[in-house]
Every structure is written in C-alpha cells, then in structure tokens.
Design a protein around this ligand. Structure first.
Ligand code: C2E
Ligand code: MG
Ligand code: MG
Length: 592
C-alpha cells in the first residue's frame, strides 16, 4: 500500500508518511486488539499493547521483541503458528479468521480468531508476517454448549436421537471397509410409568440415568448409548460378529435392566423389552433400521415383555400390513363396516336347530370381507376391541329379538356371542350386557356369552367376579376353544360355565386317533357330571359327526352341517328345509 497511486488527502495531516506513523502508533497502543508483526523466523518485531496485556501478561514490549511463540504458548500451539506463518511467507497467501485453541503455558486456554498476512517491505518483498487476533472464547464455548445440547439428552447426558442417527450413519459407512455388522438395540422400559406415578419424577429420572449407565457398561469402545426421550434407549454396537452375538448382548441388557433399582431403601422392579436389528449393508438407511428395531421391540412387548426380539423381514411385512389395517380399523368402527354372520348349532341327538353363533365380519372398502382372525387380535392390542364387541353384542341381541318375535323359533333358541378375553376385565361389560338385554327385550337365557379358555389362564381375580355377575343376569356362559388352554374341569366349574365347546383341533383328530376319541369321551362324561352341555366345534366330515354323536356330545356346529350365514337364511334350518348337506349328514349320524 506504500507508494502506489494517488496520495491520500487528509484534512488533518496532508503528509502521508506522518499519517501512516500516526495510524501505526494508534494501532500498536490500542489495548483491545492483539496486533503483532514477526520476522521471517517468526520472531516478534512489534506487538500491540493489547497483545502484551492478553497474550504476554506482565511483559513489556522489550521483553517480547526478538522472542517467539515458543516463549509464551504451549509447544503444540507454537508449532502450529510457525507452520502457518512459514506457509504465508512461502506462498504470500493470507490465512483469514482461523479459529484456534490457544493453549498457554501458565493460564487457562482461550479461543482466538486470527487473521495473518505477509509483511512486505517498500519493494513488495516478504520480510515476515503480521496478524491480528481476537478472543472469541465466549462465543466458542457458547457454540460448544449449544452443540452439546443439540446432541445430548439433558436428563442422562447420553447422546440423543440426532447424535445416534449421525453415529449410525458413520457406522454404516465404515461397514464398507470393515465388512462387519452393525447392531441396533432399541430398549423400552416396560413399567416405567408406574415408577413416575408412584415415586415421583425425581425417582424416575434417577432410574433413567441408571438404565443409561447399565447400558453403557454393556457397550464397548466405539458404541453409542442414546436416550430417545421418554423411557426409550438405543444402543448402537459398531462391531458385531453375527446374530448370536446380538442375542448375547440383548439378553445381557434385558438381565441388567431387570436387576431392580433401589429407591429410598425399596427395590423397584423394572424390566425392559428390546428390539434388535443387525445389518451388514453399508447402504442401509438409518431411519429404516430404527423402524425395524422398533418393529422388533413391538414384537418383544407382544411376547410378554422383559425379553428381546430380533427383527426379521417377514415380521416387518406383517407389521406394515397391520399398520395400514390399524388405521382402517379405526375408521371401520365409525363407518359401521362390521356385520354378523350366524353359524347354526344343532342338537346331535334330535337334529333340531338349537341356536346360532354370531361371528363378526368386516366389509373392508378395498379388500372385501375380512374374517375375525385377521383383525380381532389387532383390535385387542390397539384397544379397539371394546367397540367391536359392543356392536356385536347389541346387533346379536337385536337379531335375536327379531327372530323370537315370530313363532318360528323355539323358546330355547340361543344366540351365542364371542367375547374377547380383555372384555372380562372391563368393568363396563356387565352394564353393557344388561342394557342390551333390556333395550331389545330378550330373555337372558337365550343369550350365551363365549369366552376363550386362554382368557382364563393365570390369576382369575376380576374375570371371576365378572363371570359371576354375568351368570347372575341369567345369561349362559360357554367356554370356547376348550382344549387349547390349560384349564381343568374343576377350575371351570367354579366359574359358572354352562357350556363347553370342544375345539376344532380335537374334533379334527377324532377319527384318526383313538387317544383323542377317548379324551373327548372322558371330557364329555365329566362335563355332563358337572351339569355342563358339550358342543363340538368345526365338524367337517360325516365321520366326525358320527363319532361325536356316539361319544355323547350334545350339540355340534361345523361346515358339514352349515357354514356361517346371513341372518335371513337361518329360518330355513329351523324349519328343517335348509342346506341339503346338513340333512344328509344328520341322517348319516343318526344311522350310526
Ligand atoms: P370361534 O368362536 O371358535 O368360532 C368358530 C370359528 O370356526 C368361526 O371362524 C367359524 O367360521 C369356524 N368354523 C365353523 N365351522 C367350521 C368348520 O367346520 N371348519 C373350519 N375350519 N372352521 C369352522 P371365524 O368366524 O373366522 O371366527 C374365528 C374366531 O374369531 C372365533 O372363533 C372367535 O374366537 C373370534 N370371533 C368371531 N367373532 C367374534 C366377535 O364378534 N367378537 C370376538 N371378540 N371374537 C370373535
Ligand atoms: Mg366362539
Ligand atoms: Mg371356538
């Protein structure tokens, strides 16, 4: 900038050299900016007052001149500066606003932003460097805190979702080199809400911290443990050998969480469920992997919690279909897409129509009619079963009232309705049944409620109370799918059950297997001794029908007799003019 172009005019100092000297003096005596000039060996030529104050505390300008960075800063920092300055001298290129960690020998570190340029003489030759550096410690620390906050969970100090996804992406990329596997373990605490609700949020937070620590103890160098908010954690394992390796880690994590937590001298029992996904594919998508681990987690929950499940693709396809079905199911309730078919139940002794079993169907707007096996389990999980069962109960009672208004149906004609196991613990069930009976004016003993045997496994508690109350209303109770659960007849008798429905899986075996024939015979005899009626389900062949009749089964239903039918086709069976297969079968059975 020295003697090129037009001289600058100034109102104060027309003499350019005087002006430059004045400006230079001001620059060097300022206490704010750290300005320094160095020679070709990076020794200080001149420094500003600000430099003396901040970077060479306690030194005078004479102490500094001729010294280098090695006299004031850590060796590492001094070497870095020397390298930068030598490059500027070699290339003439400046270094602009470089943020550096400035490490001093005898005081706390700082962060500075430094711009360094070549120092040229009047001929334009480079004779050293000069620079100006500014303390940006406050700004850098604030940025670091923000970055930490953006990537960490405040309660546990673990990585958060964002950080985990970032490390997962890196781990996947490294698979290209390592040819290993990456595993994701998606952990969800099973009963955390109870801790929060009964012991307070502080106790809850301590449990979360402890869970994080336990997971960290299981992890290795390079792994990441993250909290996803709530009671969800994810462990990312970078180097897995195989699925068995993943199983080992998952079972250790399940055990470690299940060990219990001590709070104010009490042991809180908490368990965790884990979904695991393992991949060797460097191109796998992090979001998809997390979804897959979540799907497996959902499966672990479904399997009774306190366990882990490995993701598999079939399971995923099912979960996906379920997801679509889930949304449609919610709409189906609003749109009244459910309807009932009725499967006739006949007396095996005198072939008369004894009643029907109401079986729900879903008229799906796109997929057509769907059977209950496909949507009842989902409805149970999603808490939608109550609405479905309420519809079925009400509609079946309405239909029964319509049938019994005429002369055609005998007084003992019974409509059976299936109840989901969950309904037994719903306190409103008894109320619902009472009002359906009242609203449609039906005789309670013409309504039969079917409960599955599996709903009665374990502690009965509420279920027994509900069953007693239902029995008190005068409705019949049937135990459905008998033989698929574990109940003993004595156990059942205490539950006021009137009817035992022998499951199709037994009926299927009856003609090929002497043992099953004997079992059915024994069950029938015992049920009779206990005052129960025996109904055989799923009778598909004439031979089964014959065998069941011979064994003393009271009633039967099955495709060989009649399929589930719309209500307007039931009357035909009552008059004995229905399906010819039914007559042929019954005729065969009575001949036997
Ligand atoms: P379930 O109560 O044991 O009903 C008998 C099932 O066996 C019915 O299937 C019926 O169509 C079928 N079936 C009848 N005879 C034969 C036969 O000869 N061969 C074969 N292979 N099957 C036969 P569906 O209608 O698909 O119902 C399946 C299960 O869904 C029912 O088993 C019941 O547990 C449940 N379910 C049906 N409707 C309802 C309902 O309204 N509410 C609830 N909660 N569950 C229901
Ligand atoms: Mg049933
Ligand atoms: Mg059944």
């Amino acid at each position: 900038m020295a003697d090129q172009g037009q001289p600058t005019r100034s109102a104060v100092h027309p003499d350019r050299q005087v002006l430059e000297r004045m400006c230079m003096r001001n620059l060097l005596t300022n206490a704010e900016e750290r300005v320094f000039f160095k020679d070709l060996e990076s020794r200080f030529l001149l420094v500003s007052a600000g430099f003396l104050l901040d970077q060479a505390q306690g030194c005078s300008i004479d102490d500094v001149i001729g010294k280098s960075d090695f006299d004031f800063f850590s060796e590492e920092h001094a070497f870095a500066a020397l390298e930068d300055e030598q490059r500027i001298i070699r290339t003439g290129e400046p270094i602009v606003a470089k943020i550096e960690h400035e490490t001093f020998r005898d005081r706390p570190d700082a962060w500075v932003s430094t711009t360094k340029l070549p120092l040229r003489d009047d001929e334009g030759r480079i004779v050293g460097t000069f620079g100006i550096s500014r303390d940006v410690t406050g700004q850098v620390l604030a940025e670091q805190a923000l970055a930490h906050q953006a990537l960490h969970d405040a309660v546990t100090g673990l990585a958060n979702r964002l950080a985990l996804i970032d490390r997962l992406s890196q781990a996947l990329l490294s698979l290209d080199r390592t040819h290993g596997r990456v595993g994701l373990f998606y952990v969800d605490l099973d009963n955390f809400k109870v801790v929060n609700d009964s012991f307070g949020h502080d106790a809850g937070d301590r449990v979360l911290v402890e869970v994080g620590q336990r997971l960290s103890r299981i992890s290795e160098r390079g792994d990441t443990v993250a909290r996803f908010g709530g009671d969800e954690f994810v462990l990312l394992r970078r180097a897995l050998r195989d699925d068995d390796d993943a199983r080992l880690i998952a079972s250790r994590a399940v055990r470690s969480i299940g060990k219990g937590f001590v709070h104010e001298g009490k042991v809180l029992t908490i368990t965790g469920s884990i979904g695991v996904v393992v991949t060797a594919d460097p191109l796998a998508d992090p979001a998809t992997l997390l979804q897959q681990a979540d799907t497996a987690l959902y499966q672990a929950k479904g399997a009774g919690r306190d366990c882990f499940r490995l993701f598999d693709a079939d399971l995923h396809a099912r979960a996906r279909a379920n997801h679509d079905l889930d949304a449609a199911l919610r709409k189906a309730i609003e749109n009244k897409e459910f309807f009932l078919l009725y499967q006739p139940v006949f007396s095996l002794q005198d072939q008369s129509l004894r009643g029907v079993e109401a079986l729900v169907r879903w008229r799906h707007p796109e997929r057509g009619v769907i059977g209950p096996a496909e949507f009842i389990p989902l409805a149970e999980v999603r808490g939608l079963i109550g609405a479905i069962d309420t519809f079925v109960l009400d509609e079946a009672c309405r239909q029964l009232a319509e049938w019994t208004r005429g002369e055609e149906f005998a007084e003992g004609f019974v409509v059976s309705v299936n109840l989901s196991g969950q309904q037994l613990s719903d306190t409103r069930l008894v109320e619902r049944v009472t009002s359906s009976i009242k609203n449609h004016g039906i005789v309670p003993s013409q309504l039969c409620l079917e409960i599955t045997e599996t709903a009665l496994i374990g502690e009965l508690g509420e279920a027994a109370t509900t069953l007693a109350a239902l029995s008190g209303l005068g409705v019949l109770l049937a135990l459905d799918d008998f033989g698929t659960g574990y109940s003993t007849l004595a156990h059942i008798q205490r539950l006021n059950v009137d009817i035992l429905k022998i499951d199709r899986s037994f009926v299927e075996q009856i003609t090929g297997n002497d043992r099953d024939r004997k079992i059915i015979g024994a069950i029938t005899a015992m049920a009779h001794a206990l005052g129960m009626l025996v109904v055989a389900e799923g009778i598909e062949t004439d031979r089964q029908l014959e065998a069941l009749t011979a064994l003393g089964c009271d009633e039967g239903q099955g495709f060989v007799l009649a399929r589930p039918l719309p209500p307007d086709q039931i009357a035909a069976f009552n008059r004995g003019t229905g399906d010819t297969a039914y007559h042929r079968a019954l005729a065969g059975a009575t001949r036997a």
